[in-house]
Design a protein around this ligand. Structure first.
Ligand SMILES: [Zn+2]
Length: 204
């Protein structure tokens, strides 16, 4: 039985999933997020990543993981398998390197932007930044009877979904949600039964 089957009773009905790997792939002790990013607005402190993240190879033990930046990642083998099996391309990943410059892992950077799902999830738009106009949403999660979070998706957004996606809504820290299709979830959960995701259900 997978971890997910223990947490949710109705996974058959889930249409898509937010990736939420829980094992950390820690960065070097002497680096921090801002070594790889730039602040683009001093009012809202919004940042954009400008360089590939650096991680020691020894910290990439599992094929998947969450980076210190809270971005999700996979190893080369899993990346290649995802590209081969699904409608996923090299552009959906960004290299993570060690200090020698060797690629040791891949950050997941989906190119497809989903249609809005804020309304289905009760995400309220926060006031736009007065300087740069950036908009983010206050995220809100629904809870099942076991206290596990889930989200909703509209039929329209589901029809438009790709295998790898980001939400068009930016949530905390101006970050989108990373969403995979049902078929990518089915592949990953079979291969790695201990991986974790948050399901999205169709909102009628
Ligand atoms: Zn701003």
């Amino acid at each position: 039985m997978s971890l997910m089957d223990r947490l949710y009773d109705n996974l058959d009905e889930a249409k898509a999933f937010e990736i939420s790997f829980t094992n950390f792939v820690h960065c070097y002790d002497d680096t921090c997020y801002m070594d790889f990013a730039e602040c683009v607005c001093e009012v809202c402190d919004r940042t954009i990543q400008t360089k590939d993240f650096l991680v020691p190879k020894a910290n990439c033990k599992k094929p998947y993981g969450i980076l210190s930046s809270l971005d999700m990642g996979v190893n080369q083998e899993l990346r290649d398998e995802l590209i081969e099996r699904f409608d996923i391309t090299e552009n959906d990943f960004r290299p993570v390197r060690n200090k020698k410059g060797e690629i040791v892992f891949y950050q997941i950077t989906p190119q497809h932007v989903m249609l809005p799902i804020a309304k289905e999830n009760g995400w309220n738009q926060l006031p736009a930044c007065p300087k740069c106009g950036a908009v983010r949403y206050a995220s809100h999660e629904y809870e099942n009877e076991k206290g596990e979070f889930y989200y909703n998706i509209s039929q329209e957004a589901l029809r438009d979904i790709h295998d790898f996606n980001i939400t068009c809504e930016l949530l905390e820290c101006y970050r989108p949600m990373y969403v995979i299709s049902r078929r990518v979830y089915d592949f990953l959960i079979k291969k790695y039964p201990r991986t974790h995701y948050f399901p999205l259900f169709l909102k009628h």
